[in-house]
Design a protein around this ligand. Structure first.
Ligand code: PEP
Ligand code: MG
Length: 758
């Protein structure tokens, strides 16, 4: 091996020829090992290196020497390095290349006598990345102290990508072998997460945004590939522009990141990096994938959450471009038993799937009050969030058991596990039957205290939930939900038609319509508000509709018309002061007057109330109860603001408990105040639908709860199994406690009394 650099002697043409030879070897016949041996020999020869070694990630995050040209053959399958150990381990750990003229003097160098490494001084290694994961390391070494330049590193990276993709495509290494504790492909793998909706689902994995499989990797015709790239980029830009201008159909899904898309799609650096990789012999799609994998691997090292969020945008954009290039559809037909796997998902995105085929939802991120979770509850599908590594470890069509009751998924389960869970699914069906058996019985405690159970709704499909659960009414109708799914804000007639269907569907049961509550995690508001630094506390909800009264007036007009001769219950969200309530009420009165003036019939009864979800209102209760007909405590937002904890932040999802002493004391004082002043009060946050929490609410005086329809059965059952005379003194006494959460003590108390706490 000469000490001379490859620059000038190894051209882009040479690289292309090498890539096509590599492809032929990999695609050839014969034993896997034999093919890999040929591959490393070919690389060493073409790059004029003394050594080329391929390390592959095995179970337990260990890199195993899989094939080598130049090191001792005895070391193959024997030499193993942990991720982070030695230079090879370092490359895998950081997904970054290393190029050293004198590797021996590097502090990370680890000497392995069995390899005969004494003779080799220089080392250049790059990660092998597939579908965003490091699956191995490719290394070349020389006897001489040889400096490597950027072009050489790039060349080796391209070769590594080709090997990685071909390894995956030809199953050189079984996918299962590449994971920690998944070394034995027969063993199932357990991943833990946070349950957002209970239940068990058995099915096959469907990736919400699947990794697009690349058919062709190597091309000897860079001119055609460049042309394909630029044509595809043109289509991508058109798609992004169409999303930004006018069509808001995808706005909910992409929201305020659309501009970032445009930025990326026009980014010269990004495009020229892809072009360079095409010039080196890859197809346009393989080049997009390579540049994306490199960027992704590097960004994964960064701890900045905002940058990491941008990764999602990059993923989306690269996937879109890959979809255009491969001419394929991004979303396949759902199989009959689908477990949807995603990083995170918007409510309308979730609704785009056929609900009858969805058996569960697994998210890498997600939190209990996110709107996709609210929708999943309405659909009654089990949801597991915060499953670390879900996207990298689960592959399309993997068999999955999702056990949201135990907060886990079991990947590639054995027949025994499936049998076990099939039995559990049947048991759940029986439990559902048990709830169905109490469906027509009142929600009344053993000592005769009656509780009104209502559902939270937002879509017409929720009306079925009202019938199935036999709830007393709709305690919260989130009118923004349909807004989020529509390309433009619906006009008065469209809203009227919708609200009328809701009123008719409720068949005389009360419906509480909440006016538009966009903003915060309901990102469609960004189409009105533009991006904000802190949208949860931004120009959202009633703040927005008071400033744009036409929106509010149209909505109220539609509600009034839809409830002619019926009961109209209107509720304003995010009210922070009585002045805001007064302003909203005035607008309501104006619309009522207008309705009557225009010859409309008045609703039979009118009740105007407010959500209590901004803490400031807690200290204006005296004035508030004078003005409102009812108050509904929205614990999702109220908790977010009380604890200063973003309700959508995965890391905070379990940090603060709804059974915190502070929360219960606060609700207790509001409920007592309302009782004394004879103002109707209810709780409509997610906590109302958790059976144990519902009991605690009952104990502190709540008699009206509103929750997702699927939780009515369990809450009705638990209420019927408890006695208030038992619960009340215990919970009121606990309120004096200094404990931050009362959950465990309360759970033990309930269990002792034979109350079935799930
Ligand atoms: C709440 O904040 O508790 C609530 C019920 O409203 P939403 O979840 O729609 O913000
Ligand atoms: Mg709210």
């Amino acid at each position: 091996m000469s000490g001379q650099s490859m620059t000038g002697t190894f051209s882009a043409g040479d690289l292309r020829r090498m890539l096509s030879r590599l492809r032929d070897v990999m695609a050839g016949v014969g034993a896997v090992q034999g093919r890999l041996d040929k591959v490393v020999a070919l690389i060493a020869q073409d790059l004029r290196a003394d050594v080329c070694s391929c390390y592959v990630m095995r179970a337990g995050e260990v890199l195993e020497l899989f094939a080598t040209y130049g090191l001792s053959q005895k070391a193959v399958h024997l030499t193993r390095l942990r991720v982070g150990e030695g230079l090879v381990g370092e490359i895998a750990a950081h997904a970054r290349p290393v190029a050293l003229a004198d590797a021996w003097s590097h502090p990370q160098f680890v000497y392995r006598p069995e390899t005969g490494e004494d003779f080799f001084r220089s080392l250049m290694g790059v990660p092998m990345i597939q579908a965003g994961r490091v699956i191995g390391v490719l290394v070349v070494q020389t006897k001489d102290e040889r400096p490597f330049n950027d072009w050489e590193v790039e060349t080796l990276e391209t070769v590594a990508m080709v090997i990685a993709e071909l390894m995956a495509a030809t199953q050189v290494v079984k996918r299962e072998e590449l994971f920690q504790s998944e070394g034995n492909a027969l063993l199932h793998v357990r991943l833990a997460g946070a349950p957002l909706h209970p239940g068990v689902g058995i099915g096959v994995a469907v990736m919400h945004k699947p990794h697009v499989r690349i058919g062709r990797i190597v091309s000897e015709d860079p001119v055609t590939e460049q042309y394909r790239l630029h044509t595809a980029l043109g289509t991508l830009r058109q798609e992004v522009d169409a999303m930004i201008d006018g069509s808001r159909a995808d706005a909910e899904a992409y929201g305020d990141i659309l501009e970032v898309y445009r930025m990326f799609a026009d980014d010269r650096g990004w495009i020229s990096r892809i072009s360079e990789v095409i010039a080196s012999g890859l197809t346009a799609e393989a080049a997009v994938q390579k540049v994306h994998d490199d960027t992704r691997a590097r960004m994964m090292q960064v701890n900045d959450p905002i940058l990491r969020e941008r990764l999602q945008d990059l993923d989306d954009l690269a996937n879109r471009l890959l979809g255009i290039l491969s001419g394929g559809h991004m979303r396949a037909e759902l199989p009959d038993n689908a477990i949807l796997v995603c990083r995170s998902i918007g409510p309308t995105e979730l609704l785009n799937y056929d609900r009858r085929k969805l058996k569960g939802l697994v998210m890498e991120e997600g939190s209990p009050t996110m709107h996709a979770a609210v929708v999943a509850k309405a659909l009654d599908i089990p949801v597991l969030a915060q499953v670390q590594g879900a996207l990298s470890r689960i592959d399309s069509l993997d068999l999955i058991v999702l056990d949201a009751n135990a907060g886990q998924i079991i990947l590639r389960p054995s027949d025994e596990v499936i049998d076990l869970y099939t039995a559990a699914v049947e048991a759940r069906a029986q439990q559902k039957e048990a709830y169905a058996a109490v469906r027509d019985l009142p929600a009344v405690t053993r000592d005769g205290v009656k509780v009104s159970l209502n559902i939270n709704a937002g879509f017409l499909l929720d009306m079925q939930g009202l019938i199935d659960s036999n709830a007393d009414g709709i305690g919260l109708y989130r009118t923004e939900m349909p807004f989020l799914a529509m390309p433009t804000l619906p006009d008065v007639n469209a809203q009227y038609a919708l609200y009328k269907q809701v009123i008719d569907g409720a068949k005389g049961k009360p419906v509480t319509f909440r006016t538009l509550d966009v903003g915060g995690d309901k990102i469609a508001a960004s189409s009105i508000t533009g991006p904000e630094d802190n949208p949860a506390m931004g120009w959202r909800s009633i703040r927005l509709t008071l400033d744009r009264p036409a929106l509010l007036r149209q909505q109220l007009r539609a509600m009034i018309k839809a409830t002619e001769g019926e009961t109209l219950r209107v509720m304003f969200p995010m009210i922070a002061s009585v002045a805001e309530f007064d302003a909203a009420h005035r607008i309501f009165n104006l619309e009522m007057e207008r309705h009557i003036r225009d010859g409309g019939r008045a609703p039979k009864t009118i009740k105007v109330g407010t959500m209590l979800e901004v803490p400031a209102l807690l200290w204006q209760l005296d004035a508030l109860v004078e003005r409102v007909d009812f108050i509904s405590i929205g614990t999702n937002d109220l908790m977010q603001f009380m604890f200063a904890a973003d309700r959508g932040n995965t890391r905070l999802a379990n940090r603060y408990d709804t059974l915190a002493t502070s929360v219960l004391r606060m609700i207790h004082s509001v409920v007592t105040h309302c009782k004394n002043t004879k103002v109707e009060v209810s709780v409509c946050g997610e906590m109302a639908g958790k059976p144990l929490d519902a009991l605690a609410l009952l104990a502190i005086g709540c008699r009206n709860l509103s929750m997702s329809a699927s939780t009515i059965g369990p809450v009705r059952a638990i209420i019927r199994s408890a006695s208030l005379s038992d619960l009340q003194p215990f919970v009121l006494d606990m309120l004096k406690s200094e404990d931050s959460s009362l959950r465990e003590r309360f759970r033990a108390f309930a269990r002792d009394r034979g109350i079935a706490v799930t």
